[in-house]
Write a protein that binds this ligand. Structure first.
Ligand code: PLP
Length: 409
């Protein structure tokens, strides 16, 4: 359905001054495109979708229907995966905080748990001794230098001898199977992926006599984006660039191996699949001038747009019903919260009027899941259904009761 002022105005009168629009077909296509780039170089590639990036159940279900894994980092996300019918065997559990009760749940259910610390190694050992007849599947989150400026705080330092000592101790546990190794770093540049692939492949070779069941390279890839967003980054990479950097290395490294012995390459994209599958719609309430600065107040907040919007301007389209348009050389488009730095877009140049609708795109990652209930509850998520020709409510508008029901009043 093509957006225009009247369509947005109709939606607004039914669903409120701001709302999200979801495009789940785009999400399904992103999954297929991303996987295909890797599989045509290294066929044993699987995606574990990062739930935390956007855990809208409809999206998580698409991943499961396509045979992808759920990558979760909490008992909350784990429960969602189970509730929507994901088999425990298709859930990878990551994250630095796994309380014993939750860890026990993951392990006894047969999910793969990537241990993040020696504290978790000790907890696993306790649980394994407590349930000697239960087979437990684990991996290790590995931390190594990837030639960047920062030291990641996650996982186990593989440059320390302790790592190897603990690895061999874990191998002694008869009911624990070390299925693979995992890494994730926040850098999105291609060089760092080439570097981490080389390092983790060498590590796998050192640790395992035969290749492990999986090697998990984590997430952090750029998604599809339009030129206005692209030019705000130093460099941007396509899915195929990541596949060239990672899958080619896996293919070369295991070229002499029988297909059955090759490890599964697991990728954990979040943003790369979901960022361009949502838009956020807000309305201009007022445009004022303070000592020469034009400021447009809106019904949205930067918290609706996600983490990235604090450092770049997300792509923006303006839909107006005004008979006479006002042109601005520059306007800062602000949010409704009382935070001074709450701007959705800085230095907007163009036409802008009261009651215009603003449609921000590429805002699917770390937005819906990140919006605090600060000042206002969150807005609904809507998706156009091509068959019924109507918008479905994917997530209803949050209410005042939703926010205050956990307080004792
Ligand atoms: C372990 C792990 N996997 C996957 C992701 C997904 O990252 P992105 O949404 O940048 O692809 C993250 C994000 O922090 C992560 O920590």
């Amino acid at each position: 359905m093509k957006l225009n002022f009247d369509a947005l105005n109709n939606l607004s009168s039914e669903h409120g001054d701001s709302f999200y629009l979801l495009y789940s077909d785009r999400f399904a296509k992103n999954y297929d495109d991303f996987l295909e780039e890797f599989q045509c170089i290294y066929s044993k590639t699987t995606i574990g979708y990062s739930y935390k990036t956007n855990y809208t159940p409809k999206l998580c279900k698409i991943i499961d229907d396509k045979g992808g894994y759920a990558e979760v980092v909490s008992d909350m996300e784990y429960s969602l995966a189970i509730n929507i019918g994901v088999s425990p065997n298709n859930i990878i559990v990551n994250g630095p905080y796994k309380p014993k009760k939750a860890l026990m749940r993951f392990l006894l259910n047969g999910s793969i748990v990537n241990l993040d610390s020696y504290k978790e190694v000790a907890l696993l050992t306790e649980i394994a001794n407590q349930y000697p007849d239960k087979k437990m599947l684990i991996g290790l989150r590995c931390n190594f230098d990837i030639n960047n400026d920062s030291v990641s705080r996650f996982g186990l330092d593989v440059e320390d001898d302790k790592f190897f000592k603990e690895f061999y101790k874990l191998k002694e546990l008869s009911n624990v199977k070390i299925m693979g190794i995992h890494c994730h770093f926040p850098d999105r540049n291609i060089e760092s992926y080439a570097y981490r692939a080389d390092k983790i492949l060498a590590l796998a070779d050192k640790l395992f006599e035969l290749p492990p069941s999986y090697i998990d390279i984590g997430g952090g890839y750029f998604g599809k984006m339009d030129d206005s967003l692209k030019k705000q980054f130093k460099s941007v990479h396509e899915y195929s660039d990541y596949a060239q950097a990672i899958a080619t290395r896996f293919n070369d490294f295991y070229s002499g191996f029988d297909e059955k012995l090759k490890p599964t390459l697991i990728l954990e994209p979040g943003s790369a699949l979901v960022a361009d599958t949502m838009e956020f719609v807000a309305k201009v309430i007022d445009i004022k001038n303070i000592r020469g600065s034009n400021i447009a107040m809106t019904t949205g907040s930067k918290f609706n747009l996600g983490l990235l919007s604090s450092s770049v301007n997300m792509p923006l389209m303006v839909f107006s019903g005004a008979a006479e348009r006002t042109a601005y050389e520059t306007v800062d488009i602000s949010g409704y919260t009382c935070i001074e730095s709450d701007f959705l877009y800085k230095n907007y140049i163009g036409y802008l009027n009261e009651d215009d609708y603003l449609v921000f795109s590429n805002i699917g990652s770390y937005s819906v899941v990140f919006k605090p209930p600060f000042i206002l509850p969150n807005v609904p998520i809507l998706e156009y259904d091509n068959i019924t020709k109507r918008y479905d409510i994917i997530k209803r508008q949050e209410t005042v009761d939703d926010i205050f029901q956990t307080f004792h009043i």
